[in-house]
Write a protein that binds this ligand. Structure first.
Ligand SMILES: O=P(O)(O)O[C@@H]1C[C@H](O)[C@@H](CO)O1
Length: 320
């Protein structure tokens, strides 16, 4: 241990083998944040304080609305809305089907905070920026994240309109070296190397299946593996065949970086995908994936999703 520290000291002093070492570790986190325009801990706290000064209660549940699923936020009673452009230092939504506001309110009487519009990598935001609002949620007092998304169904047993409870993910962008936790670790959020084998709350997945069955949605619900690709182009047939072989059940362009960020700061996570289209894995099929269809299916399932999410929120509120 002492030997390691001694070696580290010598390396930092550039004293090994007579070579001068670049002393990168001397660059403080603050400098890194400033140079790379990254949100520091204090910057996230400032955003949270802006919200807390304007909201008279402290939600413990945060919801991220997927494409075409913004109506989840419209179900909140007495909403307090913060358009992203009014929140100091917040990114703005650029995708159709993502209204671009934080909404606080009560869902079936339970205080919640909703992102009505999320950020995607393909919009030009780095992953840490896409996921930054999750840290704002944490600072506001959220302990449980519900992340929703629209996704293409790759598992052949799924149908358009089904709901896939996410039991695990494959971080494809992480395979390519892109992760929202890249850069110096901010220990006040969480550890340098957070585990991900327990990313999705198993008990909640089980409970959500029970709730779905009780509410007459049982036939629609599956559990499966989600992956996020960078987008915005939809997948080729070969890419989808490859993802199928890897064990992916649904393909999207979000959620994974939010879940990683939420788990890093020890939030409990529940996520589901609305299957808005079936992935095309047949070269002879002339159909094409398109965003309109994604939004249309969200609209069709609006009432069911609201009902499902409000039951989950009530369950969480009684069991936190
Ligand atoms: O925000 P989500 O992941 O629900 O949106 C999906 C992925 C793309 O943004 C879009 C494609 O139609 O829907």
């Amino acid at each position: 241990m002492n030997g390691t520290c001694e070696l580290k000291k010598r390396l930092l002093n550039g004293a090994s083998n007579g070579h001068a070492f670049a002393v990168e570790n001397e660059t403080s986190n603050d400098q890194y944040y400033a140079n790379n325009n990254v949100y520091s801990y204090e910057a996230v706290v400032n955003i949270a304080e802006y919200l807390l000064d304007r909201v008279p209660y402290r939600p413990r549940i945060g919801i991220i609305c997927g494409s075409g699923m913004g109506s989840l936020a419209e179900a909140l009673s007495n909403p307090i809305k913060f358009p992203y452009e009014d929140i100091p230092n917040f990114p703005v939504s650029t995708v159709e089907g993502h209204a671009g506001q934080l909404v606080f309110g009560r869902l079936s009487g339970v205080p919640v905070m909703c992102m009505q519009g999320r950020f995607h990598y393909y919009e030009g935001y780095p992953l840490w920026k896409c996921a930054m609002p999750v840290r704002v949620m944490k600072m506001v007092g959220v302990t449980h994240l519900i992340a929703t998304n629209a996704a293409g169904g790759l598992n052949k047993t799924y149908k358009v309109g089904d709901i896939m409870l996410v039991k695990d993910h494959i971080n494809m962008m992480g395979f390519a070296g892109n992760n929202p936790l890249q850069g110096p670790n901010e220990a006040r959020f969480g550890p340098r190397f957070p585990p991900m084998n327990t990313a999705y709350d198993k008990q909640l997945v089980r409970k959500a299946k029970e709730i779905a069955a009780l509410e007459g949605l049982g036939d629609l619900v599956h559990d499966g593996v989600y992956t996020c690709l960078g987008g915005p182009s939809f997948e080729t047939v070969a890419e989808l065949k490859m993802l199928g072989m890897l064990g992916v059940d649904a393909v999207g362009m979000s959620t994974v970086h939010e879940v990683i960020t939420a788990r890093h700061c020890n939030m409990s996570v529940f996520a589901f995908s609305l299957i808005t289209n079936m992935c095309i894995t047949d070269y002879d099929c002339g159909d094409e994936a398109n965003h309109c269809e994604v939004l249309d299916v969200g609209k069709l399932r609006e009432a069911d999703l609201r009902h499902f999410v409000s039951k989950i929120v009530v369950h969480l509120a009684h069991n936190m």
